[in-house]
Structure formats: structure tokens, C-alpha cells
Ligand binder design. Sequence first.
Ligand SMILES: NC(=O)c1ccc[n+]([C@@H]2O[C@H](COP(=O)([O-])OP(=O)(O)OC[C@H]3O[C@@H](n4cnc5c(N)ncnc54)[C@H](OP(=O)(O)O)[C@@H]3O)[C@@H](O)[C@H]2O)c1
Length: 278
Amino acid sequence: MLTRKNVSKTFAVIGDPIDHSLSPNIHSAAFRELNLDCSYIAYRIPKGELKEGIESLKKIKINGFNVTIPHKIEMMKYLDKIDESCSIIGAVNTVTNNEGILKGYNTDMEGFLDPLKKKKIKIQDTRILLLGAGGAARAIVAGFAKEKAKSITIANRTLEKANNLSILAKKIGLSSIPTEINKIENLEEFKIIVNATSVGLKNEQSPISLKSINSNTVVYDIVYLPMNTNFIKKAKEQKAIIIYGYEMLLGQAVRAFEIWHGVEAPYNAMKKALLGGF
Ligand SMILES: NC(=O)c1ccc[n+]([C@@H]2O[C@H](COP(=O)([O-])OP(=O)(O)OC[C@H]3O[C@@H](n4cnc5c(N)ncnc54)[C@H](OP(=O)(O)O)[C@@H]3O)[C@@H](O)[C@H]2O)c1
């Protein structure tokens, strides 16, 4: 007689829009690779309906879920326990459900750092330029603070948001200079330049000119669709060191997988599934 070693487990990603999420592909590939009796679904919860959405997830005894736009900040209200990664960033992207007790984590910070570490790029004592001051930028600032960067210049379209993020950076020990994105100059000062604006998603031009960078500059675009944004193309013209948005996406999914399953994630199988989804 066949016996099941594992009780079947269900996971989800919640957000709106959600139908183009690549997370179901990535996690399902990992389940197949490790022969886990698990499933992962995309569940659309519109803004304003988060409370009811979470109740229904609890009813079906969901084992864990990812959280994406627009719920990453509001979800904090519904957590019973909060990991440190979440409290520093003020947003949640991964939740575990242990018999109705919801614990929140933020794997965006480690996911962001993962490709930099894999490529052995030195962060300590380097100057960083960060474009954008939205939700993702908060996790990135926390990552650079953790890795003891020398300073971060936060350049945003809306100066007030750059100012607010700069206050957070200083609070967690990272020297920070807020500025408007169209006032950025002297790019050669920066070792790492990150695009954390949403510019590129609709094939827009690069948010800044990259003409003055060189082949030692690391250019990291967190926008992952399209893979080759105009920002990435301009960086390639300067022969810069490139990090793609999909690498962060993969990094955060790997961390979430390991929180839920307590085993090493099958990185290559997850990467193959993700790249196949483009
Ligand atoms: N690779 C990954 O794993 C990963 C993870 C998270 C997010 N992302 C991507 O990162 C991007 C940002 O996400 P988010 O959650 O931080 O979004 P968000 O909170 O909405 O922030 C959007 C940011 O983009 C800026 N922006 C928007 N349109 C702009 C324009 N036309 N010119 C200049 N700046 C503009 C905004 O500036 P204002 O403050 O002036 O509005 C803000 O700084 C999205 O494309 C998302 O898909 C990728």
C-alpha cells in the first residue's frame, strides 16, 4: 500500500494584479525537484479586501504565503509575530501560518543582497546610488546598512520620499544623502548604482544617463520584466557589471522557500523555471 510521507501543503501569493506573477512557476518547480507534496497558487486580493482575504486563507489552512503589491505594508497589521527583517523594513513579503498564528518575514533584503554576494561584489565602505524611494527601496537601504556601505545617495522623483527614506537609513546606521533624481551628477563617485524605481516596466528610457560610468561600476536594475530594460542596455554599452532584476526575484523566493520548508532550496531548478517564464 502507498503511504504518504508528507501531509500535503498549500502556499500562495496574494496581491493585485496577480495573474502574471512568476512565483507559482518558481515554487512549483522546487516542489517537483524535491518531490514535495505541495501546491502554490496565485490568489487575487484587491486593495481594501485584505482582512477578508486572509480569513479565507486561514480557513483553507494555508501553510504560508507571499505578499506583493499593494498589500506589503498593510499586511503588517494582521501578523501575530514579526521577524526583525520585517520590523526594520516596515513591510512583509513572506508569511508562515502555524495553526492560525501568522508570522511575517521580509526576504526582499536578503534576496536583493544574494546576487551581489554570489558575484563577490564588495559592499563594505563603498558609495551607493539608489534611484527610487518606494517599498522595494526600503529593503535595499536595510541591506546596504547591514553590509556596512560607506554612504547611500537616495535619488527620487519626489524629494519628500527620498528625505523620509534617508531618515530611515540614518536611523539604522547608514550615512545618506537625499536628492531629486534629475539632479544626479558625478556618477563616477559610485561603485554600485541601483534602479529601484518602476521605470523600465513599460520599456521607458533609463531614468538617468549612464554615460559617465565605467567597466568597474556595478549596475543593478530590480525591474525584472523586461529582463533587458533600457537602463540595463545603457549599462552594457559602458561595459559595466550587470545584475538583473530576476536575480533578486529568485533570491527572495529562495529565502521564502527555506523559511517554509526548512531545507535548502533547489536554486538551479527555480532559476530555470523563472527564466522559462520570461
Ligand atoms: N526584482 C524583484 O524581486 C523586485 C522586488 C520588488 C519590487 N520590484 C520592482 O521594483 C519596482 C519598484 O517597486 P516598489 O514596490 O518599490 O514600487 P513603489 O513603492 O510604487 O515605488 C515606485 C518608485 O518608482 C518611482 N517612479 C515611478 N514612476 C517614475 C517615473 N516616471 N520617473 C521617476 N521615478 C518614478 C517612484 O517615485 P515617486 O516617489 O516620485 O512616485 C518610487 O520611487 C517595480 O517595478 C517592481 O516590480 C522588483
